[in-house]
Design a protein around this ligand. Structure first.
Ligand code: TRP
Length: 334
């Protein structure tokens, strides 16, 4: 494994994964785990920055995201899955990094700004922890010397912040860290079922990996299409239409998708047929995930996988921190 490049990526464990997570980053992770030394973080400390008043949600989220990740195809034999809170070196590195970032720089982070808008409670009283979570994310990535970070598009400002911190650290204390690069999935951002810009669990517009066939059917049947198309004979709009965005992302039968699009635009197909075919495509996509998911249903097994991964991550993190403390001239006691 010595000459494999290293990946670090992760999730805030606040609930089950949905299709948006998959196309943004998780499918990439599964593909990349053969080629790269992959570390996957369950960022429970970061999840607490905006859920400090709901600790049960974060605790349960750890097992939900873990089970979903394994269901998608993350293989614990190939990838190291670990728990952020159990690696205190991340907290230590975050404190060191906080000297290298200004408050005004953090306030300009567009993703933090977006999230603040969605959380009315933070608008006039931003907790320090939330403002600086991008700093701790830089520590997540670099504590294992991650070089590649497969993420959704919304995470790009954080990777840029990480690169700035790395450059500053290396220039002041000497070269310790590689500058990580982001890798965005094939579909950068999946619209919600309601046509909202983003599939987000807080907006109730998601299809979850764990959804049953019946749930998928109900959700797709309620999906938004072209609002100006009343009758199946009206000429419809394919571009920006959520149902077709999903066909493009998940239907492997490209011929079928092209045929549906053509007929939709010329008023020769009804919404129901377009949706039936989408339901079918989604189930073809989700069935193997459902099957793997059922194999990872036991809490004991999940605990074992997480403990093993965390042990390995702890070792890597402590090796990095030895270098960091030495570079920073931290007094070493005997
Ligand atoms: N911020 C990421 C999210 O909201 C989760 C995350 C935490 C992460 N630490 C990370 C992603 C490090 C990539 C690398 O999903």
């Amino acid at each position: 494994m010595a000459n494999k490049k290293r990946i670090l990526t992760g999730d805030r464990p606040t609930g089950n994964l949905h299709l948006g997570h998959l196309v943004g980053s998780h499918l990439n992770r599964v593909k990349l785990q053969d080629e790269y030394d992959t570390y996957i973080l369950l960022a429970d400390v970061q999840a607490l920055t905006d859920n400090f008043d709901d600790p049960e949600k974060v605790r349960d989220g750890v097992f939900q995201v873990l089970q979903d990740s394994l269901a998608v195809g993350i293989d614990p034999e190939k990838s190291t899955i670990f728990l952020q809170s159990a690696v205190p070196q991340i907290a230590e590195l975050t404190v060191f990094y906080s000297n290298l970032v200004t408050i005004s720089r953090l306030e300009r982070n567009p993703t933090v700004k977006d999230e603040t808008k969605q959380k009315a409670k933070f608008k006039d009283s931003m907790p320090l922890g939330f403002l600086m979570y991008p700093v701790s994310q830089a520590a997540d990535i670099t504590v294992v010397k991650g070089e590649l970070v497969p993420v959704g598009e919304d995470q790009l400002p954080h990777i840029e912040q990480t690169r700035e911190i790395v450059r500053k650290f290396n220039s002041i204390y000497g070269h310790v860290f590689p500058e990580p690069k982001a890798l965005v999935g094939g579909v950068a951002r999946l619209v919600g079922l309601d046509g909202n810009a983003k599939m987000s669990k807080s907006l109730w517009n998601c299809i979850y990996l764990k959804d049953s066939r019946e749930e998928v059917r109900q959700k797709v049947m309620r999906m938004y299409t072209d609002p100006n198309r009343i009758h199946p004979t009206d000429h419809g709009k394919v571009e920006g239409n959520p149902v077709f965005i999903y066909h493009d992302a998940f239907n492997k039968n490209k011929g079928e998708v092209e045929d549906l699009k053509k007929r939709y635009e010329t008023g020769k197909v009804g919404d129901v047929e377009v949706k039936e075919k989408l339901i079918n495509a989604l189930n073809i996509f989700l069935d193997p995930i459902r099957e793997r998911r059922s194999k990872y249903d036991a809490k004991k097994l999940l605990m074992e996988i997480l403990s093993e991964g965390t042990k390995k991550a702890l070792k890597t993190a402590e090796e990095t921190m030895k270098e960091v403390r030495e570079a920073m001239k931290i007094v070493k006691l005997v």
